[in-house]
Ligand binder design. Sequence first.
Ligand code: SAH
Ligand code: SF4
Ligand code: F3S
Length: 484
Amino acid sequence: MHGMDLDKMDFSLTPPAQEPDRQYYFMAKCREYIKEECERLNRPLRAAVITFGCQMNARDSEKLSGILLEIGYELTEDEDADFVIYNTCTVRDNANQRVYGRLGHLNSLKKQNKHMKIALCGCMMQEPSAIEKIRQSYRFVDLIFGTHNIYKFAELLAAMFESDRMVTDIWNETDQIVENLPTERKYPFKSGINIMFGCNNFCSYCIVPYVRGRERSRSPQEILCEIKKLVSEGVVEVMLLGQNVNSYGKNLENPMTFAELLREVEKIEGLKRIRFMTSHPKDLSDELIQVMKESKKICRHLHLPLQSGSTRILKAMNRRYTKEQYLALVEKIRKEIPDISITTDIIVGFPGEEPCDVDETIDVVKKVRYDNAFTFIYSKRTGTPAAAMENQVPEAIVKEGFDRLLKVVQDTARERVRLLEGRTMEALVEEVNEHDSSLVTGRLSNNTIVHFKGDKSLIGQIVPVYLKECHGFYYLAEYATDVS
Ligand code: SAH
Ligand code: SF4
Ligand code: F3S
């Protein structure tokens, strides 16, 4: 942990060069700015962090929130705040469009609240075309930074407070991982943990390797230390995060496999559940299957993105497995761990895809019987190899294939989820039900959602529930006394 007292920082000294000390220096500085502003306005200042992307993006938002709290902001979800930061995503074009749409609304809020500050960060900011557009058409934005320098948030905030122009700092890459910065958690009982950053796979449709950089694994010591600390604070479930967790540890000084890391995480006393995502099928080892099988803590759920069931399309996607290899892998996993639920991601409309390729995908869905599948329409990402392919599929044909696939996905998922009806299983209670406050909502080990009568005192507890009625993708359940 850092050993710096923010209240005793000497600003007459130059900022330390070393991280994370340098950031604590700037946090202390920001704290002074916020204090002055609070005194001037005679009220606390409020900040909102809005997440647009995946679980890794959400984890980054928690880090941003941790720093905002440390420097004296109150956190809110309301965008009518004194500081609003959008943590953006660019994996598909609709994610970008949502950001632009909501920025327009922020501008009108800023016109009413002149001292409001607006910042943008995240994956979309790593794209030069997005930066250009913001500089031209969204000049009211105060601060822009990317994915590689997010650890410098405090320093960038200080620069923003000291400038009346747009502050922009985007890096093309980094090999640094800065540890021990403050972070906030959305849930007291569960948390995401980054085990690696970036991606080396370059699937031909995907922008992530370009905006998140090369694969870097965190040291096992740092990961285990972070989890132990979280558990001491009441966390019972962790989600280990990486774009391809199965290649964890390859580039460490002392290489280590993901399965070996899981074995160490399993030993942490007080930790009850372990999840991870995402697994690339090409790197899923027998060792991992064995560790999952023997584990008492690793949840019975595997997210195993398929992307396409057509070997021809998989090749063009640079996924490096065939339809047959994927099916054989699923069979092997199901044989060893029969009660595992498998979910997936599928893209429809990749360049050159024909209805017969969609048939192949549907065939895999029927054979695997996924518990859930996220289906996406292919989105052309500038700079990726697929964007330059000539045989882009017309929208109407994509739509037709997408609808056909979606129906099969929904039917098979419903069938799978229903199989648990009448069983009693353990659920981790996550929240009071959004629509009916007499119910609480929890999650089974296999990731299925359950709703049952209960109150907020149950939140964070793992309790047995009787799975009474299956409603498509979730269960109406009853609190049970025993697990059968
Ligand atoms: N690293 C993860 C995926 C991260 S992106 C993995 O490989 O499994 C999450 C999902 O978005 C992907 O699995 C893919 O299905 C989808 N996706 C990525 N790029 C896309 C694009 N250009 N168009 C449509 N969907 C895309
Ligand atoms: Fe994208 Fe492929 Fe990397 Fe996943 S593994 S982030 S789909 S390039
Ligand atoms: Fe995640 Fe979107 Fe970036 S999916 S890694 S936030 S492009």
